[in-house]
Design a protein around this ligand. Structure first.
Ligand SMILES: NC(=O)C1=CN([C@@H]2O[C@H](COP(=O)(O)OP(=O)(O)OC[C@H]3O[C@@H](n4cnc5c(N)ncnc54)[C@H](OP(=O)(O)O)[C@@H]3O)[C@@H](O)[C@H]2O)C=CC1
Ligand SMILES: O=C(O)[C@@H]1CCC=N1
Length: 273
């Protein structure tokens, strides 16, 4: 991939995941910078990955050819207003936003420029196992689209959406979704602990099973998810009892409602920020 000077404004959880994934994929550390108001996260990034760090966002803009906007959505407007008040020039830089709930039109207002790509990654990018949605308006050049796509492909898989609202559905299905699986695993581990396993053994049982199940899905692309489930579910057996319980309690409905709630919140943020 083209190796531009790439800066991350906001050095939190998601930036760390992306930076770690990029470095593992061979992106040169000397071409990456992160900025953040407090120093501790920056020092850790510099120590772990050897990247440039700064507490001055303006420096990121002066230095980089592409900038990832990685502050919390609620901080985006004030961060960008401060930058412009300092006299920072945003117009020569490719801006890649990872923020939930801020649409391109709003980002254009906040930055006064249009060279913006909106993305929605997730934290498994840390391990090169991310899933990122991307959206760009027609004005964005193929070169900029390719750069953002290759950057996210360095840390996992990518999917473009044609309509911007698709990003809100990617949030529900991928951006937020690692947390759903963690919640499920927490519940399973808690029950295993109640059944007498140590915390460590409960975690081993749950994590190895989750890993195995995910790998079964990946290794069998032509087998439906329902079929993989059926292969575990012996007639009159134990799994059937557990699955019947999930379904009687409306698991599918619960999941659909939870994902709809995430989309609704993303759309709500788009009207508020
Ligand atoms: N976490 C996730 O799974 C995902 C997050 N996202 C998006 O990524 C973005 C970041 O989320 P996440 O990493 O979780 O959040 P974090 O809170 O972990 O990171 C945000 C970082 O921004 C820093 N910050 C605050 N104000 C400024 C400023 N003015 N200039 C520069 N940096 C600043 C914070 O510094 P300090 O803590 O020192 O105040 C913090 O380190 C959000 O917009 C979110 O929607 C997208 C997909 C997945
Ligand atoms: O919870 C959030 O709002 C962010 C966006 C997707 C994951 N974390």
């Amino acid at each position: 991939m083209e190796e531009k000077k790439l800066a991350f404004i906001g050095a939190g959880n998601m930036s760390r995941s992306l930076i770690s994934g990029l470095i593992q994929a061979g992106y040169p550390a000397h071409l990456i910078m992160a900025t953040n108001p407090s120093i501790s996260k920056l020092e850790k990034l510099a120590a772990d990955f050897g990247i440039h760090i700064s507490q001055d966002n303006g420096q990121a803009l002066e230095w980089a050819q592409a900038v990832v906007l990685a502050v919390k959505p609620q901080m985006m407007a004030s961060m960008l207003a401060d930058l412009q008040a300092q006299g920072a020039k945003l117009d020569n830089t490719l801006l890649i936003s990872i923020a939930a709930g801020i649409n391109v039109a709003r980002l254009q207002e906040m930055t006064g420029q249009t060279r913006i790509i909106r993305t929605m990654p997730n934290t498994p990018s840390l391990l090169g196992l991310g899933m990122t949605g991307l959206y760009a308006r027609p004005n964005i050049s193929q070169g900029d689209r390719d750069y953002a796509e290759h950057m996210m492909q360095a840390v996992g898989k990518t999917l473009w959406v044609d309509e911007e609202d698709g990003i809100n559905h990617i949030i529900a299905a991928a951006g937020s979704a690692p947390a759903y699986f963690f919640l499920f695993m927490e519940a399973m581990a808690a029950h295993a602990i109640q059944s007498g396993f140590s915390e460590q053994d409960a975690r081993l049982l749950v994590q190895q099973t989750a890993l195995g199940a995910a790998n079964m899905v990946v290794a069998n692309p032509d087998t439906g998810l329902g079929e993989l489930r059926a292969q575990v579910t012996s007639k009159g057996g134990t799994t059937a009892q557990a699955i019947a319980h999930f379904q009687e309690q409306g698991l599918e409905h619960l999941v659909a409602n939870a994902m709809t709630a995430a989309v609704t919140r993303a759309r709500e943020l788009e009207t508020q920020l």
